[in-house]
Design a protein around this ligand. Structure first.
Ligand code: FAD
Length: 322
């Protein structure tokens, strides 16, 4: 086994949590395999910092990656992989992970396991577990071609503490001049909250909220009190209670938080498809037979218009967020 290479994503030079999660897990796998962990950084970010989390080499590709370009990213990653020769390449299931990484796999003529939620060592291989059939079943993916590529759902692993190691930073030149997809427009999200797909806590509201005023008046303060990002069911989005960017589920976003509070959401299969890997699920619903309770860690059978204000007050008091 000749190493594990991790895509360390950053935003404006600040590494995303997924970079540390993937390097931390890779360090664990590499210890079992008797190999090393390398990372790749595209553009301007403090690459050497990743050494403290377990990367021994960090490849840094110079260039303007501040605007998204699929082919630019593929060219840069292909150049690093050619130089590094790792057997396994890991990237997060973010926009880049969904868009550029399959193209990279095709260019390298190798296989990819997408949106995995666990990684383990089996013999000399890294094997990935991924949900399928809307999360009803799991499959273990073995890729024998090199490099085996896996994209990994954010929040699948804990974040390692920095341990004080250092990394050799290697500058890699890549030809980024090929014509790329044309960027027509780029907008920052209106909310300052962590993106749903990377959020560790989510407060989600359903059709039962009835009006946008109720949704904004109950879900948003509750989310603020627990440091969560707001999510919504499709029924809530279709009714205009929340924007589509907040939708969780099969035709919305796939989330994987440590805490998912579902208020007035029935737990339809299409909603579960987007959130059932959440570590702790709290459901508030008047119907004790609602399907969401089959997946909930904690269930509150009650009217959300009465329960949510009580939860809000309790969280504000306990967490000092009032
Ligand atoms: C192709 C396809 C894709 C889809 N994609 C998605 C998707 O991405 N995401 C998604 O969410 N859905 C999706 N759906 C829709 C999905 O099937 C459900 O219709 C939707 O999830 C229902 O949303 P809901 O739970 O908010 O509403 P409902 O199913 O109407 O449930 C409302 C719940 O609120 C409870 N309730 C009512 N009043 C109160 C109260 N006062 N207090 C507490 N509880 C109360 C009720 O008991 C009920 O369980 C999709 C459907 C299809 C066909």
């Amino acid at each position: 086994m000749s190493g594990i290479l991790v895509l360390a994503e950053h935003e404006d030079g600040k590494f995303k949590k997924t970079a540390f999660e993937l390097i931390g897990k890779s360090t664990e796998l590499a210890a079992t395999l008797g190999t090393k962990v390398a990372a790749v950084v595209l553009g301007d970010a403090p690459a050497g910092e990743l050494g403290a989390f377990g990367a021994t080499t960090v490849y840094q590709v110079a260039g303007d990656f501040s605007t998204y370009g699929t082919l630019k990213i593929v060219a840069a990653l292909a150049a690093v992989i050619a130089q590094d020769g790792s057997d396994v390449f890991l990237a997060p299931t973010t926009f880049t992970g969904r868009d550029a990484i399959p193209r990279l796999a095709a260019r390298l003529g190798t296989g990819q396991g997408s949106d995995c939620t666990d990684l383990k060592v089996d013999g000399a291989l890294v094997v990935a577990r991924r949900p399928m059939y809307a999360g009803k079943a799991y499959v273990d993916v073995r890729i024998t071609k090199k490099p085996a590529i896996f994209t990994v759902r954010p929040n699948s692993f804990g974040q390692p503490e920095p341990a004080g190691g250092s990394a050799e930073v290697v500058a890699v030149q890549a030809d980024l001049s090929a014509p790329d997809v044309e960027l027509v427009d780029s907008r920052k999200p209106e909310s300052e909250a962590v993106d749903l797909t990377e959020a560790t806590r989510i407060v989600s509201g359903g059709r039962a909220l009835k009006t946008k005023e109720n949704f904004d008046g109950l879900m948003r303060p509750l989310a603020a009190a627990v440091g969560a990002t707001v999510g919504a069911s499709r029924a809530a989005v279709d009714a205009g209670l929340a924007p589509h960017s907040d939708q969780v589920g099969q035709t919305g976003k796939t989330v994987n938080p440590n805490l998912y509070i579902a208020c007035g959401i029935s737990g339809a299969i299409q909603h579960l498809a987007g959130m059932r890997t959440s570590k702790v699920i709290v459901a508030v619903n008047t119907d004790a037979e609602a399907p969401i309770f089959e997946h909930a860690t904690y269930g509150i059978v009650g009217d959300l218009f009465q329960v949510c204000p009580v939860l809000l007050e309790a969280f504000q008091k306990e967490l000092g967020t009032g």
